[in-house]
Design a protein around this ligand. Structure first.
Ligand code: 13P
Ligand code: SF4
Length: 354
């Protein structure tokens, strides 16, 4: 929907009043009406790095979801304030692994006698508590743009990996990039006793995948890939690694949101693409590249927004910027010191990956 001109003007005026004091980060899944006010846009890795590179900004307004704002708080200075324009912008995948469940899982691994051979690797899409758990146990964070490097690093540290919370990113990276077999992976279900696994199964596994997933990317199916290939001959299928393994296996290219954008920038005129990721981004790319003669379609027939990303809309952004401009600090995201110390350790291991 086109942005309300009055709200656009108010956002612009509040941002101008704040000047250098505010830095606005926008994830690629944000609405057009919000992304137009972002000082930088990026995938979750780039945004984490960009947030850390702005020590002079008093306020970091994070147009994205809760775990991204937490990570920005962990990586920025104590005097910098990270603000999330709508506190209800969570991530259903991140919610699939709680600190209690993960502590219980570690007990199960300990009882099976394998905990000291396991290195946790946690996807950025997790709470600060899970990141702290990861840091405490010698593990690293990863994003969809460095999961292969993170897994390679982890297998240099130990024999097995506990991958949290996205089973698909874990499986896709292990099989596609590290050449492991599907049989090397087991799925730990936090809702079943002992994760639904026997001690033998745990001992035999190389990848212990947490049973989490993204409901947005989970909608793409093998059938969506087959349909689009039948409908558009010569189409290139490009999907995010949060998609199911069978979708990733049937695709031509796989990568993070930033990767998807770069691939389309480099694509020749006349090429055709079906993209399996969130719809705000796909629509923006389709509009951007249509004049260059690149045909870009959404991989599925149904509409597929991330509802929590979409919670950040222009009215919330205007309210946030105007409040900050008036000296009212609203919606601050602040991770407690103890959690921050260990979560930072895990995030810094990621930032130092070769
Ligand atoms: P990217 O890191 O590829 O932007 O993925 C992010 C994502 O799905 C956010 O949920
Ligand atoms: Fe979470 Fe999926 Fe939304 Fe990304 S797209 S924020 S993983 S629910």
């Amino acid at each position: 929907s086109p942005s309300d001109p009055d709200l656009v003007e108010r956002a612009r005026a509040a941002k101008e009043k704040l000047g250098e004091k505010v830095f606005v980060l926008g994830h690629h899944y944000q609405r057009d009406e919000v992304i137009q006010f972002a000082d930088v846009t990026g995938d979750s890795f780039k945004l984490a790095r960009d947030a850390a590179a702005r020590p002079e900004a008093e306020y970091i307004v994070f147009c994205g979801v809760h775990f991204m704002a937490e990570s920005a708080d962990i990586l920025t200075g104590d005097d910098q304030k990270v603000v999330l324009p709508d506190l209800a912008a969570g991530c259903s995948m991140a919610d699939m692994a709680t600190a209690e469940q993960v502590a219980e899982c570690w007990d199960v691994l300990t009882e099976a006698g394998i905990a000291d051979t396991v290195v946790p690797v946690s996807y950025m899409n997790s709470s600060a508590d899970i990141k702290a758990f990861t840091g405490r146990h010698g593990g690293t964070i990863c994003t969809s743009s460095n999961a292969e490097r993170a897994l390679n690093w982890a297998f240099e540290q130990g024999e097995k990996v506990l991958f949290l919370p996205d089973q698909h990113l874990g499986r896709n990276t292990a099989v596609r990039d590290l050449g492991m077999s599907l049989e090397d992976c087991v799925v730990y279900n936090p809702h079943k006793p002992n994760g639904g696994l026997t001690a033998e199964e745990l001992r035999a596994a190389k990848m212990i995948l947490w049973r989490g997933h993204c409901s947005v990317h989970g909608r793409f199916s093998l059938e969506s890939v087959e349909d689009v290939r039948a409908r558009i001959p010569g189409v290139n299928v490009l999907v995010h690694p949060e998609c199911k393994h069978e979708v990733v296996a049937a695709a031509d290219h796989v990568g993070s949101t930033e990767y998807i954008i770069k691939a389309l920038e480099a694509a020749p005129a006349g090429s055709k693409w079906a993209i399996g990721t969130e719809l705000n981004l796909v629509r923006r790319l389709a509009n951007r590249f249509a004049p260059e003669g690149k045909e870009i379609v959404f991989l599925d027939k149904t509409v597929c927004f991330c509802s929590t990303m979409n919670r950040i809309d222009l009215p919330h952004l205007v309210w946030t910027l105007e409040s900050l401009a008036e000296g009212n600090l609203v919606n601050r995201i602040e991770v407690d010191k103890e959690t921050e110390t260990y979560a930072k350790l895990a995030l810094e291991r990621m930032l130092a990956l070769p």
